[in-house]
Unconditional design. Structure first.
Length: 459
């Protein structure tokens, strides 16, 4: 939309998630082009020019769009498998199947993952893709194309693996890249697709998979590559007790110390899970401003444990929320993670004081923007920021008797999305995607899942 064209949203509750957690029981938002122009109480200012649309948002809560900080899109076509496994056994069971993916499969899986998140309020998505079989096509390009078609803002974390079974890792030998090949392909992806501008729709991060699937050299040289190119770094860290044991046996130190020794702590780094963190680990993350992608549903699905999110937040660690791959979180939705983050963390040491509704909403919005390095652009509703916002319908049977709208959104059932905007462009209306066809995506993901299952069975 042209910069001088305006959309006015009125008569809604608003949670801005700004520094002061400013809220309005009845307020307005004005969008001009791809930016938020005004947010405030009551009606929008009189005399606004070039208003192309007015939305009466009575019965709605408007929030920043949700920001997903960890995912594996390709897993959409291997959902429902290895449902009673811990992480290491789950990986061993599924790596041989994942190593046979190709471009059509990855494209369909990305469409499914993105569609499910977008229709549930995600406006910024992220995919950590690290499986690149030989001669499988342009997988990174397929993922980015799916994100562009869906209309979401997107970060591709270009992953890699070079430590296979023969080197003491978990992936089969045919599922990994060489050190040189992984670094070269990652650099090519950054150069081709990364946009560093304020309103970028596509960014790329350097993302070797995990300590048990990549060599020390790939971690160290990957960090050097990211900093030379000026992009962020992402990996898995401290997810399970088995990982901690693996790191002590192989490297003589725990995961956090190992990461620090390879250049993997810093304000340009975020890690997924971080379940098994002691006080010194949390202090190291806080000191270096290393971010965390908290994935409560996946952590529970794989019996990994309860991350110490309240302690991380108290120490000043940036924390966002992640869906994680849909082979370990079959729902594939981020708005359910608001609720699950709150509930699961209350099972930990802090009990009912662990998280409240507004802290959970902050994790899913501004916290995610911090983790992705985009807090200046997205994550809160403030004049000058990008127009990524969601209208949640809270006047139906599921929520109407809950007086506080933020409590309704976080504690209640998953709320319908009446409208979702990314960069000032609407991508969801009345819980349906506007720019891609959900039924077509459902059919294609089912067909590609069946094709992958057949190929794996024959192998």
């Amino acid at each position: 939309m042209a910069a001088d064209r305006r959309i006015v949203i009125e008569n809604c509750a608003i949670a801005t998630v700004d520094t002061n957690d400013t809220e309005y029981a009845n307020g307005h938002v004005v969008v001009a082009g791809n930016r938020i122009e005004a947010v405030g109480a009551g009606k929008a200012p009189e005399g606004l020019e070039n208003v192309v649309r007015r939305i009466d948002a009575t019965g709605h809560l408007v929030t920043p769009g949700l920001v997903n900080t960890h995912h594996h899109f390709y897993q959409w076509i291997t959902r429902g498998l290895a449902t009673d496994h811990n992480l290491f056994n789950w990986l061993v069971a599924l790596y041989p199947t994942w190593a046979r993916i190709d471009e059509p499969m990855v494209y369909a899986a990305a469409q499914g993952s993105l569609a499910m998140m977008a229709r549930g309020g995600v406006t910024t998505a992220m995919d950590h893709h690290y499986v690149y079989p030989h001669d499988s096509g342009d997988l990174s390009g397929a993922i980015i194309r799916a994100a562009r078609e869906t209309g979401v803002r997107f970060t591709l974390a270009r992953g890699s693996m070079d430590r296979s079974e023969k080197d003491g890792g978990l992936p089969p030998d045919f599922a990994v890249e060489t050190l040189e090949g992984a670094l070269a392909a990652t650099e090519e992806t950054v150069n081709k697709h990364h946009d560093a501008s304020f309103d970028a729709m596509t960014q790329v991060a350097v993302a070797p998979c995990s300590p048990f699937s990549v060599s020390t050299e790939l971690l160290r040289e990957g960090a050097e590559l990211a900093r030379r190119l000026g992009v962020r770094l992402h990996t898995h860290g401290s997810e399970t007790v088995e990982e901690e044991k693996f790191c002590h046996e192989l490297f003589g130190m725990g995961p956090t110390d190992y990461f620090e020794s390879t250049g993997w702590l810093g304000e340009d780094v975020w890690m997924a899970h971080c379940v098994h963190m002691n006080d010194s680990d949390i202090a190291a993350f806080a000191r270096t401003k290393t971010g965390v992608a908290h994935c409560p549903s996946s952590n529970a699905r794989l019996a990994a444990g309860i991350a110490r999110v309240p302690d991380m937040l108290a120490a000043g660690v940036p924390v966002g929320l992640g869906v994680d791959g849909t082979a370990s979180n079959e729902s594939g939705e981020l708005h359910t993670e608001l609720r699950n983050a709150l509930l699961i963390n209350r099972l930990g040491a802090h009990r009912e004081a662990a998280l409240n509704a507004r802290q959970a909403l902050r994790l899913g919005t501004y916290g995610g923007a911090q983790v992705l390095g985009r807090a200046a652009e997205i994550g809160s509703l403030e004049p000058g920021k990008l127009a990524d916002l969601v209208l949640w319908k809270l006047d139906t049977l599921a929520h109407a008797s809950i007086a506080d709208p933020v409590t309704a959104l976080v504690f209640g059932a998953a709320a319908p999305v009446t409208a979702s905007f990314v960069n000032g462009r609407q991508i969801v209306e009345d819980n349906r995607l506007l720019h891609v066809d959900e039924d077509t995506i459902a059919r294609s993901t089912r067909a590609e899942a069946q094709r992958l299952a057949q190929i794996s069975a024959q192998a």
